[in-house]
Design a protein around this ligand. Structure first.
Ligand code: ADP
Ligand code: MG
Length: 248
């Protein structure tokens, strides 16, 4: 299998002031190139920590993580957060180009890449706006464009739509599906929303327990384009809820 991410026996323990918190233990996860995988889990189970390990912000205490990149010049992963983290003093296009500073690309090329990323997320016409002139959904699209501009192999998304109102959230979910299909990116999407996970992804991995481990790893083969009114796999949803300790 052509895995773009291969996680084996990942463990992570935080140590502070002599206190140890074991967050992840024995996590195995292989993500094939081009997959759309959702990671679901309750708050505090270690989802963000897992993404931080993948992007190099946290260090594994055990196991191995390998990221297979096609080109040495390319950034393997880019992360989109729950809050858009835009820079108030930069116009949209300059915010998107910001991640390319230090890339060695000439300024004109950085700008061209930023414009192209904004086009992909459908915001080309807002390139010269300031962040305060954008809605919450538009801000998240800018932060998605900023991640796409570095042309990563894998997009890591940490509950990217959970701060949005329901209508914006559904719009962004469909937009992301379209972008995934158009660009062929690999997406690792963290959410605590079971419906969001099963609507978006090809595969759902559930993290549960303390330390967190993968308790469910299932393929979602609902054909695309998907419709929201299609009944999702009720058995799977019930299984996930049971593991998350929810009733019903
Ligand atoms: N830098 C850190 N030092 C100590 N504990 C941490 C640190 N970062 C996260 N944790 C703890 O690790 C656990 C998992 O956190 P996190 O990965 O943010 O969970 P999630 O994203 O699933 O809500 C939590 O108990 C959190 O308090
Ligand atoms: Mg988190």
């Amino acid at each position: 299998m052509d895995s773009v991410i291969d996680i084996r026996g990942l463990g992570l323990t935080f140590e502070r002031d002599g206190r140890r918190t074991e967050v992840l233990r024995g996590l195995d996860l292989a993500i094939p190139r081009g997959a759309f995988v959702a990671i679901v889990g309750a708050s505090g189970v270690g989802k963000s920590t897992l993404l931080r390990v993948l992007i190099g912000l946290a260090k594994a205490s055990a196991g191995q993580v390998s990221l297979a990149t096609r080109s040495a010049a390319r950034q393997p992963v880019a992360l989109v957060f729950q809050d858009s983290r835009l820079l108030p003093w930069r116009r949209v296009v300059d915010t998107v180009a910001f991640g390319l500073e230090g890339s060695g690309l000439p300024k004109a090329e950085r700008r061209a890449r930023a414009v192209e990323a904004l086009r992909i997320v459908g915001l080309a016409e807002l390139a010269s706006r300031w962040p305060y002139q954008l809605s919450g959904g538009q801000r998240q699209r800018v932060s998605l464009a900023r991640a796409l501009a570095v042309e990563p192999e894998v997009l890591l998304m940490d509950e990217p739509f959970s701060a949005l109102d329901a209508i914006s959230r559904e719009g962004l979910q469909d937009e992301l599906t379209r972008i995934w299909q158009q660009t062929g990116k690999t997406i690792l999407f963290v959410t605590h929303d079971i419906e969001e996970a099963t609507y978006l992804a090809d595969r759902v991995v559930v993290l549960a327990g303390s330390p967190g481990r993968a308790v469910i790893d299932r393929t979602i083969d609902t054909p695309r384009p998907r419709r929201r009114d299609d009944a999702a796999d009720a058995g799977l949803i019930a299984d996930i809820r049971r593991h998350l300790g929810k009733v019903g």
